[in-house]
Write a protein that binds this ligand. Structure first.
Ligand code: OAD
Length: 252
């Protein structure tokens, strides 16, 4: 990928940057994006129909099982070069805020120093009644496990459609978007609010908006730079072009 000279010059001298990532960043690790068709057992459902409080109220076991299946999938995968390139960017840019909609924890696993997880983390579970965070539960049961203290059903500690985002995380993400000089939107369809507004908040405050995606999105027309392709390829190329540095896969 040839990056425009003015883009490289901007990234080299920038002090404050923010990046928002979505499911596309984990696609090359082997995880499906949300808006891909599902396969196998789950092919008959749309993720949007499973990731909601209404769905859980209607059929808690179905939703629990979908998350248990996804949790296993996440445990089996590793970060890819896109995740590692973002670690490198955080080391190169003095103030770099990484915001993710992903619940897979792969940015932390790759070693990103600070990650704002807007939609929670799939490995965590809480009681749907009393809200207690639960560390241990029995997944072999035929029924959804229950909270040891109040007996409520357990659910994933993630944000579902129609639920508010964690307040502190959303405020920090908004502040980073408003204060950054450059905003990267990477591997996200940009259709789920309020995460999707972050790029516009940055744009409205004069930040340079950069999009990396295999497809065009509603943001593309507003982006100052659009790099079409896989984030696991483009991000390491960007790191090399800007800082003449190789992305190190932390596991090697
Ligand atoms: P989506 O599945 O909506 O979008 C994934 C985006 O990644 C698409 O725009 C793809 O074109 C792009 N893409 C796919 N592979 C890529 C690759 N290798 N490199 C770069 N881009 C690639 O996922 P999100 O935008 O993350 O929310 O979805 C946002 C939210 O909607 C999710 O966090 C989840 C979901 O429903 C909740 O569950 C609350």
């Amino acid at each position: 990928m040839e990056f425009p000279f003015d883009f490289i010059a901007i990234v080299r001298k920038v002090n404050r940057a923010a990046a928002l990532t979505g499911a596309g960043v984990s696609q090359e690790s082997g995880l499906r994006t949300f808006r891909d068709a599902q396969t196998g057992l789950w092919a008959q459902y749309k993720p949007e129909e499973l990731a909601s409080p209404e769905a859980f109220a209607r059929d808690p076991k179905l939703i629990w099982d979908w998350y248990a299946w996804r949790r296993e999938g996440v445990k089996a995968v590793r970060p890819n070069l896109g995740h590692y390139a973002l670690v490198e960017m955080a080391h190169r840019i003095p103030d770099f805020t990484l915001i993710t909609q992903n619940v897979d924890g792969l940015h932390r696993l790759a070693g990103s120093p600070q990650v704002i997880e807007l939609h929670g983390n799939i490995q965590r579970v809480r009681c749907a009644e009393c809200g207690a965070i639960v560390e241990d539960w029995d997944d072999d049961n035929a029924a959804v496990p229950r909270c040891a203290s109040c007996g409520g059903l357990l659910r994933p500690h993630v944000v579902w459609f129609g639920e508010p985002l964690p307040r502190a995380e959303l405020e920090s993400a908004m502040e980073a978007a408003r204060n950054c000089q450059i905003f990267f939107s990477i591997g996200t369809s940009g259709v789920v609010q309020p995460a999707a507004t972050l790029a516009y908040a940055a744009h409205n405050r004069g930040a340079v908006v950069v999009e990396i995606n295999t497809e065009q999105t509603p943001l593309t027309a507003k982006a100052d730079f659009f790099f079409q392709g896989k984030s696991g390829e483009i991000l390491p190329e960007l790191v090399k072009a800007v800082w003449n540095s190789e992305t190190i896969n932390g596991e090697q």
